[in-house]
Design a binder for this molecule. Structure first.
Ligand SMILES: [Zn+2]
Length: 143
């Protein structure tokens, strides 16, 4: 069984105890999972239908992981994930959710009252956040 080869070894130990990505199902031919391969969602040759299907697949994966973290009472760490538009309204997080070096490729809506965190492509495309700092503006422990 293959496993995603992403390993957060360039993050200066920002997430102690977190090792290699444990994804084993949605693995692409280059060895990375669909969450860790930028080109999975950003493929210019995909048509609208394919793009939407891929986004849905990533969303399902993310929410499955979140459910698993909740059932095992562990923090949900999104490390270097490439995420599509996400609607997190009406979701109750009973575990901490950390977005660390996460690349948002669409809108992320966290609240029901119209407030949302909108991250633009310029953020999504800036690979380094400088000096090993953690991009924590959206670090969320939402209840
Ligand atoms: Zn992975």
């Amino acid at each position: 069984m293959s496993r995603c080869r992403f390993y957060p070894n360039n993050l200066g130990g920002v997430v102690p105890g977190v090792g290699q990505c444990d994804e084993t199902e949605d693995i692409l031919p280059n060895g990375y999972c669909i969450l860790h391969e930028e080109s999975f969602l950003k493929n210019e040759s995909d048509n609208e239908k394919t793009r939407k299907e891929k986004e849905e697949k990533v969303r399902k994966n993310v929410f499955d992981k979140l459910s698993q973290c909740i059932s095992t009472n562990k923090p949900f760490n999104c490390i270097c994930y490439y995420l599509p538009e996400l609607d997190l309204r009406m979701r109750t997080f009973v575990v901490p959710v950390n977005f660390i070096y996460t690349f948002f490729l669409g809108y992320v809506n966290f609240s029901e009252d119209g407030g949302s965190i909108i991250l633009t492509a310029s953020i999504a495309s800036s690979k380094g956040f400088g000096g090993g700092s953690v991009y924590s503006a959206t670090k969320a422990a939402i209840r």
